[in-house]
Design a binder for this molecule. Sequence first.
Ligand code: PEP
Ligand code: MG
Length: 321
Amino acid sequence: VLREKAAAWTGPAALADGTPVDLLANVQDGATARAAAEGPAQGIGLFRTELAFLDRSSEPTVDEQAEMYGEVLDAFPGAKVVTRTLDAGSDKPVKFAGLPDEDNPALGVRGLRIDSLDRGLLDRQLDGLAKAAERLESGRQAWVMAPMVATVTEAKDFAARCRERNLSPGIMIEIPAAAINIDKFLPIVDFVSIGTNDLTQYTMAADRMSPHLAELTDPWQPAVLGLIARVAEGAQEYEREHSRTVPVGVCGEAAADPFLAVALLGMGVSSLSAAAAAVPFVGAQLAAVSPQICAEAARLALAADTAKEAKKSVIELVSSS
Ligand code: PEP
Ligand code: MG
């Protein structure tokens, strides 16, 4: 049934009562960004830059990077485009990143941590992004976020380097440490984006690539949902106290699950970003539910003791509404 609804759904995303939803696409280069722009996504919530350069054995120059990032910005003129700095390492090998050989690369030097070995790589990437951002109309900034942030020190350093270049800084929340201490990160950045793939991997201590651990690498796991809710609630409380909005997105696979998407909005997540192919399914499902159903879905999911129970109760609620 959802397949038919998805085929007929054209966006823009909104709940049944007309409340708009920021529904975005995950892309990896100009071609996938242009393909996403053909569909109903309103912007890009995650541009995985490491995938744009997977075939490169040498680091692209600042100009080459600026051109690639510019192509993605050009696909959605005037819309939100969130570019993630290089998330090299572990499941995303990037030849030119100079990664050390490690026994446990998922717990090793990856994402922003490469900066501890070589600050130049991120500086040149930020230069490329700043150059690409020159095409934006005046007053608009490019949104740039760092992967694999664990500490406030990392977040402050990243944000400062972005601001020096007039880029709007954000961080991914995909390490439990950052979700647990979300209050300490919110004042530093302009936005956060929850990466549920890694947040699940690290919360459950279960390799996201393992075919044997599917039950554990499920974002419906109560501990994962609890951390997501903590981040969303933290941002809402921060907004009440400081009159400053720090949008909370979800850009992992969880956002591609139409039922989980309902619960995520109910928790207070303000944008969802999924593979372009999943966007119509999520959009069609959201169009069928009210804000009250979203809130109830969040309540049911957070009250469940198991992933299975959480999923079952939300599917039952949404299907009967
Ligand atoms: C995530 O970890 O959820 C995420 C969006 O990033 P990636 O899948 O690229 O690690
Ligand atoms: Mg990740």
